[in-house]
Design a protein around this ligand. Structure first.
Ligand SMILES: Cc1cc2nc3c(=O)[nH]c(=O)nc-3n(C[C@H](O)[C@H](O)[C@H](O)COP(=O)(O)O)c2cc1C
Length: 214
């Protein structure tokens, strides 16, 4: 069943969900596939559809991928420790985000499914034009997936931290690392409740430039 959300509500309340993912409730493959079908309607360069989607719902493999994710989070936390990144003066609400990030990392193995969107090519080898063209050929679809999940009462969290260990994940999942770049890792689960609010963001006036930067 689809949630009764206006287009505006869908676009403004599709949040990163970490603590309100229902890890006890299974997600049907048909529902996931319906959401992925919607995602495939996204724009992509020359309609070449260079995307691939690896959905992991085998419990042992979810656990192995979650372990790679947890290691990557540990690496990242060690990297930023003492840099003052999370200290006062960092983005507002950072402590809460960090706690939520750690919660997801500790519970990722319980997610009913993990989705890894992939795009053809090794993006670090491309110039900016090709990078933009290739990222732009997977990220709109990935966001459409998030929106479609929300419509179906599901939630997800956009994550990229495992990409510091992308090769390990590629080996685990059989993704041909030399030919495909992973774009992220998205846990999928039904959400606990379906009410979500618009996020705090900087005012538009701070980030908008009409006609000229300054
Ligand atoms: C490119 C990108 C990478 C992100 N990587 C991670 C991640 O590795 N782990 C995580 O828990 N959240 C990650 N997030 C989620 C952000 O922290 C989250 O989007 C942000 O706090 C704003 O919350 P909102 O999406 O609900 O507005 C990522 C989001 C984006 C867009």
């Amino acid at each position: 069943m689809l949630l009764d959300l206006s287009p505006e509500a869908l676009l403004t309340t599709t949040r990163t969900v970490r603590k309100r993912l229902d890890f006890e409730r299974p997600v049907e493959r048909e529902t996931l596939e319906a959401c992925l079908e919607t995602a495939l309607q996204a724009p992509n360069g020359s309609n070449m559809q260079l995307w691939r989607w690896v959905v992991v719902d085998d419990r042992a493999r979810v656990a192995e991928l979650a372990a790679i994710y947890a290691e990557a989070i540990r690496d990242y936390a060690a990297q930023v420790e003492g840099t003052g990144f999370y200290a006062a003066g960092g983005p507002p609400g950072m402590d809460r985000i960090t706690e939520s990030v750690m919660h997801l990392a500790e519970n990722l193995h319980r997610a009913p499914a993990l989705v890894v969107p992939c795009i053809a090519g090794r993006l670090e080898k491309c110039d900016v034009f090709m990078q933009a063209s290739l990222w732009g050929s997977i990220l709109p679809a990935a966001w459409s997936l998030m929106l479609a999940l929300r419509l179906h009462g599901l939630g997800s969290a956009w994550t990229t931290v495992h990409l510091n260990r992308e090769q390990e994940a590629a080996e685990l999942l059989g993704i041909p690392y030399d030919d495909y770049t992973q774009a992220g890792l998205f846990p999928v689960a039904y959400t606990i409740g379906s009410e979500f609010r618009p996020a705090p963001r900087q005012p538009l006036s701070k980030v908008l430039h009409w006609n000229r930067w300054a």
